[in-house]
Ligand binder design. Sequence first.
Ligand code: PLP
Length: 387
Amino acid sequence: MSDKTFDIQTRLLHHKYKTDPHNGAVSVGVQHASTFHQESLDTFGEYDYARSGNPTRQALEEIFAELENGTASYAFASGMAAISTTFMLLSAGDHLVITDDVYGGTFRMTTEVLTRLGIEHTFVDMTDAENVRQAMKDNTKMIFMETPSNPTMKITPVEEIVALAQKAGCLTVLDNTFMTPVLQRPLDLGVDIVVHSATKFIGGHSDVVAGLAAVKDETLSQRFKFLQNSFGAILGPDDCWLIMRGLKTLHTRMTASQKVAENLALWLNEQPEVQSVYYPGLKDHPGFELNKKQSDGPGAVLSFELADRETVNRFAQAVTIPVFAVSLGAVETILSYPAKMSHAAMPDHERAKRGITDGLLRVSVGLESEDDLKQDFRQAFDRLSLN
Ligand SMILES: *Cc1c(COP(=O)(O)O)cnc(C)c1O
């Protein structure tokens, strides 16, 4: 059994699955079986069919539940599969309050799928709980948060919103992809369901697409298990193994990347080519104090604004270290262009309202040297003024 008194970096390594009870292996075995032999008509074993349960997936799910301080977690084929399955807790006629700069895929699911299923929504700026209170209706059944938000890194007052939800008897969900349980544990703040794109920091190596959802409440856990099995968007055993491998270094990677992100944000703030920097670790960020209170750090993702689309294009071509790509949370630094990548699913006018301008670039800091990154960015800025 794991010991909750250990720090998270220890708990990432020392848990119920750290060695195999049958052979001592220091890595969880990958079980590919899709079905399991049963003793008789009356005695079914622990597993019957692998959509319903698989030993490798179960190991990941139990390890991850413990990290989020939950009672159960469920592994899905992608972050969107985890989020879409969570939305299946809603029924036609229900209303969802959702943060306005939510991940582009969640925006698309909400506006183009849930709407068609008769589930209404209201987007609100969740930096102020009062906006949430005003948006709530008699049929509001779920509040969906994402903090820090993507890509402008706005901070949501989680406990204030949880209090509103609890009074109204509705569920709260928090997309914790940017922080991971190393930096933020939403269940401890009273949130009902934590969702993740494990494709990002948790996997950490740009080699697996996966999703996770964790809960504390036992009844909710049963509902989730039912939905995971019914919807069927489960994570395969090989990918479960990759996620478990990623978890082992999660604390080390988050801490190292965050440290460089903090210094890079300060440095970017001083470069004349940069119009603004969005990072909750900067003292002048409006969410700085709140983020410090409800999490253990500002994370490793930041955004900054250059003059316009053409400047961004030239900068992205001039840098040599970062990968210019969709995604974040990897060992290599990833530079992305939210307007055409994470938020491509959002119409232009909706993006403009959220400050996702044509000059905005997002950086997810990897494990490279801080000096190398700064030098690379500086030479790219220098080349902007050359024609
Ligand atoms: C990437 C991402 C998702 C979607 O996850 P996938 O694994 O790509 O399906 C959801 N939320 C956030 C914040 C993300 O960055």
